[in-house]
Ligand binder design. Structure first.
Ligand code: BTN
Length: 257
């Protein structure tokens, strides 16, 4: 992408989000949109970059963030009080992104617990929640491979795909970015009032692991079993081959199929 394309692109994004009710910050390049909002943002602020030089992934990994092809979007939200079902938030953000993409015409995506976006065994998106010193002030970061069709400079260490490879079409990053920002801020207004049954019903529509054989990897243990949904806190339930049910928190383990 040339620089003139980039500025046209960024202007178009500003126009699409002209009625976004909170601050909007758009960078051609930034280290990490999450980091920027953690240090600078106000309630509701959205930060989008064309490229990140130090994109952050879950579990301390780097998120490859080349220019011109993907979406790197963060939104900062200040809850008045910590919502009762806060531990569901990152899961529900992933389902919200899956739903927005469905409305944009994309089909076949699923969410791999806790919050990875997958298509046919390959990851195309991820969510990273980070809080400030105050737990109720959260930055929600969303990374989506949209039109990326080549491995970035630093190879990605797991099978990946992009919305372009899924649909065979070049997609409008700005359209997707603005739909996500608007949907997410309106969802966050309602989140604290939702009950667990509602959250779980939504989750079940997108759950990739449901009833699948999984391998759960913790720091000092590995468990093979069948994924059997989530408990009331959004933790993964896995039934092992001795019929014992185990509960895993996303901070402690990673899961393979
Ligand atoms: C994951 O590892 O699956 C989570 C990836 C989250 C990446 C996004 S890109 C926008 C935001 N800014 C960051 O530095 N990370 C998140």
């Amino acid at each position: 992408m040339t620089h003139s394309d980039l500025s046209t692109d960024l202007n178009q994004l500003t126009n699409l989000l002209a009625h976004y009710p909170h601050p909007l910050i758009i960078f051609p390049e930034v280290d990490s949109t999450n980091k920027w909002l953690l240090e600078n943002g106000n309630h509701g602020a959205v930060c989008i970059a064309d490229r990140q030089t130090a994109g952050r992934g879950r579990r301390g990994k780097e998120w490859q963030s080349p220019s011109g092809v993907n979406l790197y979007l963060s939104l900062r939200w200040h809850f008045q009080v910590l919502p009762k079902h806060y531990s569901w938030l990152s899961l529900m953000v992933a389902t919200l992104v899956a739903e927005v993409l469905q409305r944009e015409g994309i089909q076949g995506q699923q969410v791999k617990w806790p919050n990875d976006l997958y298509y046919q065994g390959k990851k195309f998106g991820g969510i990273l929640l980070q809080t400030t010193q105050r737990l109720e002030h959260v930055v929600i970061g969303i990374g989506l491979n949209i039109n990326m069709d080549q491995e970035p400079e630093e190879p990605i260490t797991q099978p990946w795909c992009s919305l372009k490879s899924i649909t065979g079409q070049v997609l409008d990053r700005n359209q997707i970015a603005s739909a996500i920002a608007l949907e997410l801020s309106s969802y966050l207004e309602r989140f604290a009032s939702l009950d667990v049954d509602t959250l779980y019903n939504t989750w079940q529509r997108w759950d990739l692991l449901s009833q699948c054989s999984v391998v759960v990897q913790g720091s000092d243990h590995t468990l093979n079993g069948i994924a059997c949904g989530l408990d009331s806190q959004g933790r993964l339930l896995v039934l092992d081959h001795q019929n014992t049910l185990h509960t895993f928190s996303s901070a402690d383990v990673s899961v393979r199929m």
